[in-house]
Design a protein around this ligand. Structure first.
Ligand code: PAF
Length: 280
């Protein structure tokens, strides 16, 4: 695996590869890698692309300074995991490489409705920061395909919107969420859960399964309320339990029985905020 720290050098290297006809598949990450990230690298390789991964803990997408300060950093272990997964190229920039002109956004991304609900509502500015860094990374890497994990369902939609807004020539591929054996969605934040919170955290998956089993055409209020109570009973502080149109993320309190749905949860246990979702 070749490691680049400079934006100009990785751009030149990848342009050379692409001019030889090799498609580039890109997996952006913030490190603290787990099997979910590595499965994205494997998917790139299975799709026949040169696999490029980035590790950059992007300061502009954290709406909470404590969350940023505590974000797990495990670069040496990450490099080893990527080597083992057969990753071809790693981009490991510092803040100056990503934001040479500073971190202030010159003009906002017009994300519309997507930025007003769920993560957009509970983490103001978060998706602007995500778009800012992904836009910059896409500019540097210029991949043919961008691989994202579906655990961040709304993020996948936001990044598709970014690609559309900026007319970027990249195909966005959302890959399935990987789960621990008890159902907990793999996440870099899981390593910050203490033993008790880790045990309780599986209730998020159980609640999503409950929603999937119970959802019926008609009003959804009672189902959403019961699901929220289940999580609260386990000690979660619940930001939201929501059911939405899987294509637009319009929130539903009544289901016509036809619209494809996704259930989404954000809740905090032991001081760690977790998100997950399930297409119903
Ligand atoms: O999902 C993440 O890890 C981050 O939001 C991303 C896409 C790498 C941008 O910093």
């Amino acid at each position: 695996m070749i490691i680049f720290k400079e934006a100009g050098s990785i751009t030149r290297h990848l342009q050379e590869q692409q001019s030889g006809g090799v498609p580039v598949g890109f997996v952006p990450t913030m490190g603290a890698l787990h099997a979910g990230h590595l499965s994205l690298v494997t998917t790139v390789k299975n799709d026949g692309g040169l696999s490029v991964c980035s590790i950059f803990v992007n300061p502009t997408q954290f709406n909470n300074a404590t969350d940023f300060a505590r974000y797990p950093i495990t670069v040496a272990a990450d490099i080893q995991l990527l080597e083992n997964a057969g990753c071809d190229v790693l981009f490991l920039p510092d803040v100056a490489q990503i934001y040479p002109d500073g971190t202030i956004l010159s003009s906002p991304y017009h994300l519309g409705y997507l930025e007003t609900v769920l993560e957009g509502k509970y983490r103001p500015g978060h998706f602007q920061g995500v778009c800012q860094v992904v836009h910059r990374l896409l500019d540097i890497i210029q991949p043919n395909r961008l691989y994202l994990g579906s655990k961040d369902y709304q993020q996948c939609m936001v990044i598709r919107k970014l690609v559309e807004l900026k007319q970027l020539a990249v195909e966005v591929i959302a890959c399935p969420t990987l789960r621990e054996t008890d159902g907990l969605a793999m996440s870099s934040r899981n390593m910050r859960l203490d033993a008790s919170a880790r045990q309780k955290a599986t209730a998020i998956y159980a609640t999503l399964m409950y929603i999937r089993q119970q959802v019926q055409p008609g009003p959804l209020d009672l189902l959403l309320q019961t699901a929220g109570h289940q999580l609260a009973a386990q000690g979660f502080e619940v930001d939201y339990v929501a059911i939405a149109d899987a294509r637009s993320l319009q929130l539903y309190t009544h289901w016509d029985g036809n619209t494809p749905l996704v259930a989404l949860i954000a809740a905090t246990i032991g001081g760690i905020r977790l998100i997950d979702n399930m297409v119903l």
